[in-house]
Design a protein around this ligand. Structure first.
Ligand code: ADP
Length: 248
């Protein structure tokens, strides 16, 4: 669902993976609200091509990043339908000089649209992470995304519950949006919860400032949880990748 913090979580997971020493790329394919160029401080930068007309990704905080927002004017991608979307995604995936990456993370638009379908057709997706907040309205959307992933045979790597609680002084937690929503649903469908990320002012400010919180303040409460999530995710990615290798 839009606004649940998908981009914030994606930006910090990718930056955490880079801190762990992985070679990582971030492709922002959220046509409705591409925000990674802002979150990575590369807003307004034009993309350049090499001599063979391949796109050179931008770089910041140890991550190669391209956002739809670096490609077209604000709002233009909203009008794109199937074939144009598919063509653009093909170009961004296959004609970009990503180099030798361990992980390419794609920030998807909310829901279950053409971008998700195209991606599943274009590349072998190792897995999808679902981001939700604890409330029922957000969980309803994430259920649909789950069903689509199953139908398109995209493995599910886990759930991130964002805005899980607000940390109070003295270590108390205020569960603003209810407690345990994502856990109950994840258990129902047999998925693991990768993280419970609190609501913090620092996490909001870092997004606006163009530096992922795990880089600017790695010891902050939300940052610590996002870094743990990245390590869990890396193990899940490795398990998934290994399971698709032919047996010796
Ligand atoms: P989405 O990509 O799902 O639309 P964003 O990542 O853009 O959502 O987040 C929406 C807004 O909420 C942004 O201003 C972001 O900084 C803020 N935000 C997201 N997660 C948190 C959090 N855990 N704590 C504080 N602010 C958050």
């Amino acid at each position: 669902k839009g606004g649940v913090g998908k981009s914030t979580v994606a930006a910090n997971l990718v930056a955490s993976l880079a801190l762990e020493g992985a070679a990582v790329g971030l492709l922002d394919a959220d046509i409705y609200g591409p925000s990674q160029s802002k979150m990575y401080g590369v807003e307004g930068r034009r993309l350049l091509a090499d001599d063979d007309k391949n796109i050179l990704p931008l770089r910041n905080h140890g991550v190669k990043v391209i956002s739809i927002a670096n490609l077209v004017e604000d709002g233009q991608a909203l009008t794109w339908r199937g074939p144009i979307l598919h063509g653009t995604l093909t170009q961004l995936l296959k004609q970009t000089v990503w180099g030798d990456l361990d992980v390419l993370l794609v920030d998807l638009p909310p829901g279950t649209g053409d971008v998700q379908l195209s991606l599943a057709q274009l590349v072998t997706v190792t897995g999808m992470v679902l981001v939700t907040t604890p409330q029922e309205v957000a969980l309803a959307d994430v259920r649909r995304a789950y069903t689509m992933a199953r139908k398109t045979h995209v493995p599910l790597l886990g759930v991130v519950e964002n805005m899980s609680y607000y940390p109070l002084p003295g270590g108390e937690r205020d569960y603003l949006f209810g407690e345990g929503g994502a856990d109950r649903w994840a258990a129902e469908v047999g998925l693991g919860v990768l993280a419970h990320v609190p609501i913090t002012r620092a996490l909001r400010e870092s997004g606006d400032a163009g530096v992922p919180l795990v880089v600017s303040d790695p010891g902050e409460e939300a940052a610590l949880e996002l870094r743990r999530a990245a390590r869990r995710l890396l193990r899940r990615v490795a398990d998934e990748a290994m399971s698709t290798l032919p047996m010796a």
